[in-house]
Write a protein that binds this ligand. Structure first.
Ligand SMILES: [Ca+2]
Length: 123
């Protein structure tokens, strides 16, 4: 009998390995998982101006105001995450190769994300 493991993230290294190279990945839960699955993330290679237009892959859970962990698996740029749509509100920035569980005021409160070269909306 075959079963599909839940594949809960055990570490930041696991999360970076799962996140597609060159992108920023977001998970609904802390510890780089969404409902126990590391593979259920949403990522961007450029930017997402309004998280409400997206779900976590394989789920019906909206990306808006729900992310609790993030990894920047980009090649060369900082990534910026905002509490409002279209880079409004408060923001946090993550260097390449950095990942973290989100704290206040970002946890369950992010609505847009951009790589540095896309902050002008053109990239
Ligand atoms: Ca969350």
């Amino acid at each position: 009998m075959l079963t599909t493991p839940a594949a809960r993230a055990q570490s930041f290294d696991d999360a970076k390995a799962i996140c597609p190279n060159g992108s920023t990945c977001l998970w609904s839960g802390a510890g780089f998982e969404t409902g126990g699955y590391t593979g259920r993330y949403r990522n961007y290679f450029y930017y997402i101006p309004d998280f409400s237009a997206y779900n976590y892959s394989g789920t019906s859970a909206s990306l808006a105001n729900s992310a609790s962990s993030v990894v920047n698996d980009g090649y060369s740029e900082w990534t910026y995450l905002y509490t409002g749509t279209y880079k409004t509100g408060s923001y946090l920035s993550l260097n390449i190769g950095v990942g973290a569980d989100l704290g206040s005021p970002y946890n369950d409160n992010l609505e847009s994300g951009y790589y540095a070269s896309c902050l002008d909306g053109v990239c």
